[in-house]
Design a protein around this ligand. Sequence first.
Ligand code: GAL
Length: 415
Amino acid sequence: MRKLVGLVLLSVLSFTMIFAQSGQVEIFSWWTGGGEEEALLATIEDFNELYPNIEVINATVAGGAGTNAKAVLKTRTLGGNPPDTFQVHAGWELTDTYVIPGLMEPLTDYLKSWGVYDKFPKGLIDIVSYQGEVYSIPLTIHRSNVIFYNKKLFNEIGLTKEPETWMEFIDALEKAKAAGYTPLALGDKNKWEAGQIAENLMVAEFGAVNYNALFNGELSFNDKRLDSALEKMVQLMNYVNVDHAALEWQDAARLLYEDKAVFNLMGDWAEGYYKTLGWTPGEDFGWFELPGTQAVFVLVSDTFGLPKNAPHRQNALIFLEYLASTRAQSLFNPIKGSIPARIDADPGDDPYLIETAEDFRTLIISPSIVHGSAAPEAFVTSFNDAINNLVTTKNVNQAKQMILWAAEDVNLLTD
Ligand code: GAL
């Protein structure tokens, strides 16, 4: 009799466990493009090997840097119809848009019970936390102050060393232009791509410490170095493809792959993209930091959180625990061109990733504006508008004024 009761209990238990690990989980992101999609799909496939009964709904809204996805996500979350988990940048984008308005569940206790709380860099945990609670699981560490280049064209136009100074970079762009190639590939259809160049020029002009001070409210935006960054932005526009406003980041990155352009300043999701096109890092394409930013790691980190009212909350937690594992982090990141957020995960064996992992450990970290880490969304939108206005009008004073207004609006220093 006792045996029978035990058996019944056991089957109820295993039924409950299987039941708990079935059903659906909806994951929301903007990873639909080359490099991004491959990484996401490989990860979903791996998750399904572990949890064959959980159906992953891969909800995506195309548009690099979440151009279209963020608005959809906000509407869904505010309307009480969130996905089970979603891609969100560490920093202001997470805290200001979702945590402070009370839309997210804290995850600190889960991270502790999964034994991973201390497996992420402290600085990263800080920017996914609010009032002592962690609100999302960091998955990627991307670097966005990187210039990729086509090695074949680089050699063909007579360059022998990677530019280290602004003058050397301009000289290299001139050589590319003289040879009839697009010197600097740009696709700023979604605005952030031009904004990303400008923020890197700001890092170069201010240096990491002062750039960070702008966003900590310790240094005024009303500074000559902002003018210099904007002037350099105008200068760079002499070297971009004429159709830049019609292209997205992958289209621009592809110009290198097609032997039409020599350089591309892009976050290292482009590294993932080049690899999925079949290019080998270090052989077909090379990289260097925007001159003036060599000592800085401009950080973009994708994380996943747990919204309140997640329809499949239990499965969301199973998925988040999986994302926090070395298994998921070591699989996803090398395909994506990022290094794992977890310090004990494997960054992969390509030379770009090995170098980047080392740089992340040793350099000063500066948060990206356009990818939502440095400042609230209202600033990001106005900053991108100011830079796109600058690209069209070349009016530095006007762009500076627009940035000052944007800073003032979010209580950053302007005098
Ligand atoms: C960033 C995101 C990256 C990559 C990129 C282009 O905002 O953090 O993971 O997806 O946009 O879409």
